[in-house]
Design a protein. Structure first.
Length: 375
């Protein structure tokens, strides 16, 4: 009689306390149930066999017939569902093992699943995940989460799941959080590489109208950078490279001698924006407020508006007597500005127009930035 590690590892290990209790019971009452084998390999009773070997105890054996190892594994797993008090994580892991068994058997039988256990409902077209959910007595969503955990979680997390130190939901959320962060980091690196490859440094043309939405670094103000992204608890981090206030001040704005600047900013950088505008050589004239209709995030109060400072250089022509200083339009994707703003600027200003750090291509405007065509 031999121990086949593949079979032994198929069964969830007993906790230290459970094993100690089994050992105490056996030493007091003996090994009452026979150890079951197939082709000389133990398929039920690994712990009893281990204790018997250690204390030189007598035991009985019985054998069962199966046509293949996959059939043996199917029986072992279903046997565990019926005999042991397993956690949802352990039941899900076993169900996924059973899913693999069924997949291999289906291939062996060229799609004819006539040997699937009678414990599973008969059906012409079996929804394997749904049926496994019923057998394991766990939800399909739980099975899906555990499948992801088994594929991506480190072994120490799986060990904590087995002992109940970590919940399935918490482990799954941590994996998804890391995936989101990796996606964002990858996107930021792609944008940085694009900036480097295209040498986006200067513009050799001067513009009469410039709208600019700088990539503010909110971690400068106690906020979050892309490294702080958390899909569940912190969605405020951005997914593009950011610039500090000092870096933004050093941007060489390609403004004509007589030009208008529209500088987008937020509560966090409102004071800095006046200094930036002055550093660029523009005189502040007005503030346009964008009411996004729905409230967003915020610490002291929930934010619902964004600001656009209007500044001038020289004596540009501005026809704004019919325009108001407030725009009411629902917010869309992050950093995407309202259509009403561009329509207003086109009515107010004449001359060639530049959308700096643009993420959207727009008729009658020229664009500068590494993420054009995002929207």
């Amino acid at each position: 009689m031999e121990v086949k590690e593949e079979f032994k590892n198929l069964i969830p290990a007993l906790s230290v306390e459970e094993y100690a209790q089994l050992e105490a019971n056996i030493l007091e009452e003996g090994i009452r149930e026979p150890i079951i084998t197939w082709n000389g390999y133990i398929i039920d009773g690994h712990n009893r066999f281990s204790i018997a070997q250690r204390f030189d105890l007598e035991y009985k054996t019985t054998s069962k017939y199966f046509s293949s190892e996959e059939s043996v594994k199917e029986w072992m797993i279903l046997n565990q569902f019926g005999r042991r008090n397993l956690s949802n994580y352990q039941r899900s892991v076993l169900a996924l093992e059973l899913e693999e068994v069924f997949s291999k058997k289906a291939k062996e039988n060229q799609g004819l699943r006539t040997d699937i256990s009678a414990k599973l409902p008969k059906s012409k077209a079996i929804d394997t995940r749904k049926e496994l959910s019923k057998v394991a007595q766990v939800g399909e969503r739980t099975l899906g989460m555990v499948k992801t955990i088994q594929e991506k979680a480190p072994e120490e997390v799986k060990a904590k799941l087995a002992t109940g130190e970590v919940s399935i939901n918490a482990a799954y959320k941590e994996i998804k959080k890391e995936e989101k962060k990796e996606e964002r980091d990858k996107k930021i690196q792609e944008v940085k590489q694009k900036i480097e490859n295209e040498n986006l440094t200067t513009l050799d043309k001067k513009y009469h109208v410039i709208a600019i939405d700088p990539p503010w670094a909110y971690n400068e103000k106690g906020g979050f950078s892309s490294d702080d992204y958390d899909a569940q608890n912190n969605r405020g981090a951005v997914d593009y490279p950011t610039m500090t206030v000092e870096q933004i001040k050093k941007i060489e704005i390609p403004a004509a001698n007589d030009s208008v600047l529209f500088l987008w900013t937020t509560h966090a950088f409102l004071r800095d924006s006046f200094d930036i505008m002055k550093e660029w050589g523009f005189e502040y004239k007005a503030t346009i407020v964008w009411d996004k209709v729905k409230m967003g995030m915020g610490r002291n109060v929930r934010m619902q508006v964004e600001f656009c400072l209007l500044g001038i250089k020289g004596k540009p022509i501005i026809q704004g007597s019919s325009e108001r200083d407030i725009i009411t339009e629902p917010r869309r994707q992050h950093s995407r500005k309202p259509e009403a703003f561009y329509e207003m600027v086109e009515r107010m200003c004449i001359g060639n127009k530049l959308d700096y750090f643009s993420r959207q291509t727009r008729k009658n405007w020229e664009h500068y930035g590494a993420e054009q065509g995002q929207f």
